[in-house]
Design a protein around this ligand. Structure first.
Ligand SMILES: NC(=O)c1ccc[n+]([C@@H]2O[C@H](COP(=O)([O-])OP(=O)(O)OC[C@H]3O[C@@H](n4cnc5c(N)ncnc54)[C@H](OP(=O)(O)O)[C@@H]3O)[C@@H](O)[C@H]2O)c1
Length: 331
C-alpha cells in the first residue's frame, strides 16, 4: 500500500500513542496520520508531531465519518479500560466500535485493525491458550470486548470490510494508565498478600510490541479475517510483584495466604459489593482469585507464522520503562 492515510483511535492512550510513535519512527509521513481525540483529551503528547488531530467521540458517528473520510487503514485502539461502570464498557467498547465500523464502511476503509483482549477467553482450560480456546469472558470489560469482536466480524460478513483482530495480554509501557498504576499502588502497601505461592504465570506485552503487531496486521493479506494472540513475556506472579517492589523501592513484604482463607475473604467482599454497590460485578473478587491462581499464558504460534512477529521487549525492560513513567507522571 502506497501513500496510505491512517486513522488511530485512542491516540492519547497507551496503545494508540505508542502506535503513532512507531508509525512516525518507521517514516510514515505525519500528514497521513490522524488521531481521533475527544474535546477534553490530554493531547500534549500528540501536539507538535505534524499529525492531524480530529476531534470527535466514538459515540458520535458524524465526527467519526469526518475523521475517516479518505482513510485507508483504521487502527481502532480507543476503548473503556480503566473503568468501573458496566454500562460505559458496553457504550464505548460495543456501541462505539459499531459506530467506528459504520464510519469505516462509509469511507471505504481497506483495513480495520481492532484491538481486543485476551480477556475474551475467561478462565483458561488449557495453557498456553490458542486463538481457538473457548471464549467465556468473565467481567463486563471482557464481555464488551468479545461483543465488539462479534460486531467487527458481522460487519465483515455483511459489507466485506477487511479486518484483523488482535488479542493482547496485559499491556505495559510509557503512558500506561492501568496495569502499571495498579501494580505500583499494590506494592506501595506494606504487605502484599499472595495466594497459591504466586506460582501462576501471567503474561504481559510491551505497548510497542502491540504497535508492531498492529502495523504488520494492517499490511498482510494473510491476516485479513484472522484473530491473533499478542504476548510479549510471562512470569510467575511472585516474580512480577517482587520486581515491582524492588523497582519502586517500597520495601513491601509478600505474605502467603492459604487459598481457603482467600476464598472466604473474596466471598465476603463479593457479598458486600453485591448488596452495597450494585454497579460492581458481583463475582469480581472470586473470579479475580481464580484467575490469579491459574496460569494466564497464550500460544503465539499463529502470529509468528503469519506475520513473522516476534516481541522485542522482555520483562525487565518493559516493567522498568512502565514503572519509571508511572513514578514520574502518575504520582
Ligand atoms: N491496557 C491493557 O492492558 C490492555 C490489554 C488488552 C487489550 N487492551 C485494549 O487495547 C486498547 C487500548 O487500551 P489502552 O491501554 O491504550 O487504553 P487507555 O490508555 O485507557 O486509552 C484509552 C483511549 O481510548 C480513548 N477513548 C475512551 N473513550 C472514548 C470515546 N468515547 N471516544 C473516543 N475515544 C475514547 C481515550 O481517550 P481520552 O484520552 O479522551 O480518555 C484514550 O485515548 C483498548 O481497546 C483495550 O481494550 C488493553
Amino acid at each position: 500500500m502506497n501513500a496510505v492515510n491512517i486513522l488511530v483511535t485512542g491516540g492519547t492512550g497507551l496503545v494508540g500513542s505508542q502506535l503513532i510513535e512507531a508509525l512516525l519512527e518507521k517514516g510514515y509521513p505525519p500528514d497521513t496520520i490522524r488521531a481521533l481525540v475527544r474535546p477534553r483529551s490530554h493531547i500534549d503528547f500528540l501536539t507538535g508531531k505534524g499529525i492531524r488531530l480530529c476531534t470527535g467521540d466514538l459515540l458520535d458517528v458524524d465526527s467519526l465519518k469526518a475523521a475517516t473520510e479518505g482513510v485507508h487503514i483504521v487502527y481502532h485502539c480507543a476503548g473503556a479500560v480503566d473503568e468501573k461502570r458496566r454500562e460505559v464498557f458496553w457504550e464505548v467498547n460495543v456501541i462505539g466500535t459499531e459506530r467506528m465500523l459504520e464510519a469505516a464502511r462509509w469511507a471505504g476503509v481497506q483495513r480495520f485493525v481492532y484491538v481486543s483482549s485476551i480477556g475474551v477467553y475467561g478462565l483458561l482450560e488449557t495453557t498456553p491458550a490458542t486463538e481457538d480456546h473457548p471464549t467465556r469472558p468473565l467481567r463486563p470489560y471482557a464481555v464488551s470486548k468479545l461483543a465488539a469482536e462479534q460486531r467487527v466480524r458481522r460487519y465483515a460478513e455483511r459489507y466485506g470490510l477487511p479486518f484483523v483482530i488482535l488479542r493482547p495480554t496485559a499491556i505495559v509501557g510509557q503512558r500506561d494508565r492501568t496495569i502499571t498504576r495498579r501494580l505500583v499502588n499494590l506494592v506501595r502497601r506494606p504487605v502484599v498478600p499472595m495466594v497459591g505461592g504466586g506460582r501462576a504465570r501471567i503474561s504481559f506485552v510491551h505497548a510497542r510490541d502491540v504497535a508492531e503487531a498492529m502495523i504488520r496486521a494492517s499490511h498482510s493479506e494473510k491476516a485479513v479475517g484472522n484473530v491473533y494472540n499478542v504476548e510479549g513475556f510471562s512470569a510467575p506472579l511472585r516474580r512480577v510483584i517482587q520486581f515491582f517492589i524492588d523497582e519502586v523501592g517500597s520495601g513491601a513484604t509478600i505474605i502467603d495466604v492459604p487459598y481457603g482463607l482467600a476464598f472466604m475473604g473474596a466471598l465476603i467482599v463479593d457479598g458486600f459489593y453485591a448488596v452495597a454497590r450494585r454497579r460492581v460485578h458481583p463475582i469480581r473478587a472470586r473470579v479475580g482469585l481464580r484467575q490469579l491462581t491459574r496460569d494466564l499464558i497464550f500460544d503465539t504460534t499463529k502470529i509468528k507464522m503469519d506475520l513473522n512477529f516476534e516481541p522485542q521487549y522482555g520483562m525487565e525492560e518493559s516493567f522498568r520503562q512502565a514503572i519509571r513513567w508511572q513514578l514520574q507522571h502518575g504520582g
